[in-house]
Design a protein around this ligand. Structure first.
Ligand code: PEP
Ligand code: CO
Length: 451
């Protein structure tokens, strides 16, 4: 255990991977100062409630649906974009809640997912080497040297866009847009449009039947806020430590420190070094945390990071997000589950079936196959069953838009179709249809055996 005292800037004494090299001069300070004074985006009480709900997932009494963009795009911070993403998340969560018979904890990769780790600092475009795109909060995706210059003013811009996004999310989720009867109507429309829609008819019919029954006994959305309001928590990778530090505030009621840029923060697979700056920073904030774990991990190091991030073994504090790939999960997950189980650490286990299944197609696009995504989730469930551990949910990259970035799904998208609407600045996302379809497929896995 570290003996030095944590402060919101103690991370500065540790090596920080994946940080932009900001230009010399006062521009960085000119952004960080206002950021440290602007209102927090979330409040400590909300983070604590999320932690309590995640604690339920440790025991298998709740299902975690964490999903959204790989990299949010400033230019996509619009009403329709936010609405369509929310719509997909709500549709998925109703199917999953019905099938799994448990609460679905909805956490968006939204309202702040603006910074990306990259495997290489530079890339070659048309024979010229330029800096890699690191997320809209750092530089711009256009492929020229000027656009790729890190600009700290983008952090302020990111804050304002996160605030605007969260504002609309809160109005939609509290103002009636999430009403259950509305979600059912969306399902109807989705199934009509989906080539394999019929396959899921029965499930949607059962949900209707349940709702009609509830209405019949007076539990209608108009008179019961539980049926027309919901919560979508926010999350992003806590990558840009300058920004995260500036948004870190002391909660005046408990005296604890919270990173008020989002409800939940996670550490990426590339920045989770035991003695690195990211682990140092996050150990001191009281938000629920996530940590990605991929094939390059060392189980002993993971155990030590868990102890450092969650020394009190508080259930709900830490979610391990495994991302091995459909072909590799069998060789990594069972061993990791055993090692962590022996220690008695209470963690939520979720499956990120995206980052281990990325490939580059013959046209140079990054893509993922719907069937690989589903296969990794299947294996995740089977392995947990075999090991006697609890699968807590999924972590997905998706959008409410009709993009063509991942192949497969019942529309049978092929690599040669992806140019039709390939939009992502970073990783390929499931489109709205593929996301809803995935939820229906998942529903089969989650349905408890008949009593
Ligand atoms: C991500 O979630 O977008 C990401 C970069 O993941 P990982 O850290 O698992 O590679
Ligand atoms: Co990604």
């Amino acid at each position: 255990m570290p003996t030095h005292k944590w402060t919101k800037n103690s991370w500065r004494k540790f090596p920080a991977m994946q940080q932009p090299v900001w230009p010399a001069g006062s521009a960085l300070e000119d952004s960080l100062k206002p950021l440290s004074q602007l209102p927090p985006l979330v409040f400590a009480g909300e983070c604590n409630t999320l932690k309590e709900q995640l604690a339920e997932a440790v025991e298998g009494r709740a299902f975690v649906l964490q999903c959204g963009d790989c990299a949010e795009d400033f230019s996509r911070c619009t009403g329709p974009d936010i609405r369509e993403l929310l719509k997909v998340i709500l549709q998925m969560s109703v199917v999953l809640a019905y099938a799994g018979e448990k609460r679905v904890v909805k956490i968006g990769r939204i309202a702040g997912q603006y910074a990306k780790p990259r495997s290489s600092d530079t890339e070659v475009v048309n024979g010229v080497e330029i800096a890699s795109y690191r997320g809209d909060m750092v530089n711009s995706p256009e492929a020229n040297a000027e656009a790729r210059m890190p600009d700290p003013r983008r952090m302020l811009e990111g804050y304002y866009r996160a605030a605007a996004t969260l504002n609309l999310v809160r109005s939609f989720t509290l103002g009636g847009y999430a009403s259950l009867d509305r979600v059912q109507a969306w399902h109807r429309a989705s199934l009509d449009a989906l080539p394999a829609g019929q396959k899921y008819e029965e499930l949607v019919r059962q949900i209707w039947k349940t709702m009609n029954f509830m209405n019949a006994i007076g539990l209608d959305p108009k008179h019961n806020p539980q049926l027309n309001q919901t919560t979508l928590y926010t999350s992003h990778e806590a990558l840009l430590l300058d920004y995260e530090e500036a948004l870190t505030r002391m909660d005046s009621t408990s005296g604890g420190w919270y990173d008020c840029s989002a409800h939940m923060l996670w550490i990426g697979d590339r920045t989770r070094q035991l003695d690195g700056a990211h682990v140092e920073f996050l150990r001191g904030v009281k938000n629920p945390l996530g940590m990605k774990v991929g094939p390059s991990h060392n189980a002993d190091e993971i155990k030590r990071i868990i102890e450092r991030l969650n020394p009190e073994n508080e259930a709900g504090r830490l979610t391990l997000i495994t991302r091995f790939g459909a072909d590799r999960i069998d060789s990594y997950l069972p061993q990791l589950l055993r090692e962590i189980k022996i220690t008695g650490h209470k963690v939520v286990w979720t499956c990120d079936p995206m980052h281990g299944n990325t490939y580059q197609n013959e046209y140079g696009q990054k893509s993922r196959k719907f069937e690989d995504i589903l296969r990794e989730i299947h294996s995740f469930y089977e392995i947990h069953e075999a090991e006697g551990t609890v699968p807590g949910g999924v972590h997905l990259e998706l959008t409410g838009d009709h993009v063509t970035e991942c192949t497969g799904g019942s529309r049978q998208l092929l690599d040669k179709h992806l140019h039709l609407n390939y939009q992502t600045n970073c990783d390929p996302r499931l489109n709205a249809e593929q996301s809803v379809e995935l939820a229906f497929e998942l529903a089969e896995m989650l349905t408890p055996p008949a009593r």
